[in-house]
Design a protein around this ligand. Structure first.
Ligand code: ANZ
Ligand code: ZN
Length: 815
């Protein structure tokens, strides 16, 4: 076969992998394991180019590790619950299950066609009851441990479709289908106590240093948001307007307490509610505040508004009375839902005070002289002024002094707050894992007894009889006998947030067929994942939830260690003409078309060569062409090469060529194994191919070329596994290249030829040095001057010049 015909080569090689079960992973305690995982896809219908990049990167790493001799696990599965299936179901009138399983079948074939080395025996789909029953099981264990609770929380309510909407179904405040203005409704929902693990999730980020990208660790740290501060009590003294006598604020800057000039509370704060009962304006204002969305982003940018309640708060140190305002930027869900406002030292308080004419009092400074009027808040720490007995202290000293002062008088205490909230996991959706809970009129909340609680799969949301819209109440008979007392009880109809399923799938791959437990001892062998690969869009929630679940499973004795993912690689975006590829922009390329036209190896090579995995990749049709041409050339070079056995007598040119072979092995091993810069590895291989093709045809050089081509084919095999398998056979090997060992550097081949040079000092022979033939002038001079006998004759003298006669002598002139 003189022609490179990817289609037939690829299908033949893939058939061989299948019959030999090449990627089946079997536990082997005597072998070092390597678990390589790329984030599993949502079965949307077809692979997009981002998937192809993600999975190719993973496959390169997995195959490389295997050639190092490790026992590699690389599994694949489907994040199969979620909203798109429901939307497609409404549109096409097919049950989400059917749509999902059809997509899975199609996409599985696409992945196989790409030559990705997965152990398909471990495939899982999260919508499969064999999978989600264990999630239900874990949820019940957590409920028994007190790590699960129920409370009311707001949802988006579409008053026309009579259904709850997900955030992404609300467009400009209106329902995506009905166009009706969406309302906020409070309903009872389930929460997981992730805050109980906040401290651990934060601290252990340190153990991931150097293993996870810094950006991801920083995002996680900020999301958890640990704040050390003080809770301070202010007395409220107004028997007419309220029966509450106290109010607590949380501050991270107790050193600024003497500069507090008013107190601001959230609209939902009980004091605000009470004050409003006598004040219709205030009641109206509070209603307005409650209307705005709950999204974090809104709070940063929205206009700061407030209203005086008429109540007064008493400063815990000075006894002054401070006005008490309701402000729309104070969150009820953070700290104490109330803030002591220090306009001189907090920019938000400053702007608010200016807007509403509230006093501004500076109490922290760097200088002796205070400005007449502050132009902006002075937010730095510094020295205290205008602070009574605390004046003169530094901010740091004052933090402690004021905290202790308040603690002694029972009007404050040090406190650590987290930005992280407990995880609301209830979704009012059909296509998700049923929450295994029952409400009994007599017994209260009772966990389901028989798992799995099945989701009926033949339902088409939106059809008559199933209710309108895609709310969850349509999906199944909610009447059930109470497992405790046997009376008629009510089943939970909500489903889990789909982040639940993706929080532990990596562990289930270790024991995918275990039907007696969530995991078995195989998880001890495979976990943690050694290399995880996925998009940066999952930097916060998915990774945090998976880290949380790993600890939950650890505390159930199911896994060991604290972290699920030892090393993390976040791959960059795929761009076309500088912008992100997306359906809405119409600038996508279909990987399937490219595979059909050029073969999988070309697509893999282009994607890996175009840029380092963490950076964005600019799509280029000519780049794909180039990758294809390169493979054709490699093919030709190997098939026209005449095999030759190794020899040991080489002339200098042949030695140079052999040195390049081993220098390339060294560089490529480092690029692929440590730096993950696969693109520069390929560039070095291309250079080597050029050098090999230029070599004179002698029996000796043929031996070097044989060695070079074998190394090239081996080193390219993780990236382009099909063509290299075929070429491996052409080079005289019958086995699978994926079981061959990664090429080793021959250190002796790296040594450069050396020559002898004589060294004179002022014209007299004083020594001999040995230097590489191609050494530059500078390094020859240094070697000459360091020669011990030369040093004796130059000691104490001053160096005038050094003359180098190439390949012959060095003359050192001193005076
Ligand atoms: C007085 C003060 C003075 C503050 C100063 C800051 C600077 P982090 O670091 O995010 O924890 N705060 C407290 N609870 C709040 C709530 N429920 N809604 C909005 N803001 C709230 O932020 C803590 C700071 O955020 C607290 O410290 C408080 O303002 C404000 F020169 O108290 B500070
Ligand atoms: Zn009961």
């Amino acid at each position: 076969m003189q022609q490179y015909i990817p289609k037939s080569i690829e299908s033949e090689v893939q058939k061989r992998w299948e019959t030999e079960q090449s990627f089946k992973a079997v536990e082997d305690a005597n072998k070092e394991k390597f678990y390589c995982l790329a984030m599993f896809p949502y079965p949307s219908g077809r692979l997009h180019i981002g998937h192809v990049r993600n999975y190719t990167i993973g496959d390169v790493i997995a195959r490389y590790q295997r050639m190092l001799g490790k026992n590699v696990l690389q599994p694949m599965g489907w994040d199969a619950f979620g909203l798109p299936a429901e939307n497609a179901a409404i549109q096409n009138k097919v049950p989400p299950a059917k749509w999902t399983y059809e997509n899975i079948a199609y996409m599985r074939n696409q992945l196989k066609r790409l030559g990705l080395g997965y152990d398909w025996d471990r495939e899982l789909a999260t919508c499969d009851a064999d999978y989600y029953r264990w999630e239900q099981w874990l949820f019940i264990q957590l409920y028994k441990k007190g790590l699960v609770y129920k409370k009311t929380a707001p949802v988006n309510w579409d008053p026309v479709d009579q259904t709850v909407l997900a955030n992404e179904q609300v467009i400009n405040g209106r329902g995506w289908r009905s166009g009706a203005l969406v309302e906020r409704r409070e309903i009872s929902q389930w929460f997981l106590k992730i805050t109980a693990y906040a401290d651990e999730l934060l601290k252990d980020l340190e153990t991931l240093e150097g293993e996870w990208p810094d950006a991801v660790r920083i995002m996680q740290r900020n999301w958890i948001g640990r704040s050390e501060g003080v809770e301070i009590q202010f007395k409220v003294d107004d028997k007419k307007l309220t029966d509450l006598t106290e109010l607590t604020v949380f501050t991270t800057r107790p050193d600024t307490l003497m500069g507090a000039t008013y107190v601001a509370i959230a609209a939902e704060h009980p004091l605000a509610q009470q004050a409003a009962t006598h004040n219709p304006n205030l009641a109206e204002f509070i209603k307005e505040c409650n209307k705005t969305g709950t999204a974090e982003a809104d709070w940063e940018t929205m206009e700061k508004l407030g209203m005086d309640t008429g109540l007064k708060a008493i400063h815990p140190i000075t006894g002054e009375t401070l006005p008490l305002w309701v402000a729309n930027f104070v969150l009820m869900s953070y700290g104490a839902g109330a803030v002591m406002s220090v306009p001189a030292h907090d920019q938000r308080d400053f702007e608010f005070a200016q807007k509403y004419g509230l006093p501004i009092k500076q109490v922290i400074t760097h200088d002796e002289q205070l400005p007449e009027k502050l132009e902006a808040a002075f937010v730095d720490k510094g020295k205290l002024v205008n602070s009574g007995q605390f004046s003169g202290l530094t901010s740091q000293e004052a933090f402690i002094a004021i905290a202790e002062y308040l603690e002694k008088r029972d009007s404050g205490r040090r406190k650590i707050h987290y930005r992280l909230r407990d995880w609301g996991i209830s979704r009012q959706r059909y296509w998700g894992c049923p929450i295994p809970m029952i409400e009994c009129p007599d017994c209260g909340t009772v966990p389901e007894k028989d798992l799995p609680v099945l989701l009926p799969e033949n339902v088409v949301p939106g059809e008559t009889g199933s209710g309108s819209g895609s709310g969850s109440s349509l999906k199944r008979d909610t009447h059930v006998k109470c497992p405790q007392c046997g009376k008629q009880a009510q089943r939970e109809t909500d489903t889990f947030d789909t982040f639940m399923e993706s929080s532990w799938y990596y562990a289930r791959y270790a024991s995918p067929d275990c039907n007696s437990a969530m995991l078995d001892e195989r998880a001890f062998y495979w976990l943690p994942v050694d290399q995880y690969i996925g998009g940066i869009e999952h930097a916060i929630l998915h990774l945090l939830y998976a880290r949380f679940f790993h600890r939950l499973m650890r505390d159930e004795g199911l896994v060991k260690g604290n972290e699920p993912f030892k090393r993390l690689l976040t791959q960059g975006m795929v761009l076309k003409d500088g912008t992100k590829m997306s359906k809405s922009k119409g600038n996508t390329v279909d990987p399937q078309d490219l595979i059909n036209k050029y073969g999988a190896d070309t697509v893999r090579l282009f994607i890996i060569f175009a840029s380092p995995p963490e950076q964005s990749l600019e799509w280029s049709d000519t780049g794909v062409e180039g990758a294809f041409r390169f493979l054709k050339r490699l093919w030709k070079q190997v098939v026209t090469h005449l095999p030759a056995p190794p020899v040991d007598k080489l002339n200098p040119a042949e030695r140079d060529l052999r040195r390049q072979v081993h220098e390339t092995i060294k560089k490529v091993s480092d690029d692929i194994g440590r730096r993950y810069t696969f693109n520069t590895a390929i560039a070095a291989i291309m250079e080597l191919i050029n050098s090999l093709s230029r070599a004179k045809d002698t029996p000796q050089s043929r031996a070097v070329i044989q060695e070079g081509l074998e190394a090239i084919v081996l080193m390219l095999s993780p990236i382009v596994p099909h063509i290299t398998q075929a070429l491996w056979q052409k080079l005289g090997h019958s086995g699978l290249i994926l079981d061959a060992a990664w090429p080793q550097v021959d250190e002796s081949a790296l040594k450069r030829d050396e020559i002898e040079m004589v060294v004179q000092v002022n014209g007299k022979l004083r020594g001999h040095i040995s230097v590489p033939v191609d050494a530059d002038k500078q390094s020859i001079e240094t070697t000459a001057l360091n020669e011990p006998n030369v040093q004796r004759f130059t000691a104490g003298k001053s160096l005038k010049k050094v003359i180098v006669v190439p390949k012959k002598l060095v003359n050192v002139v001193v005076v």
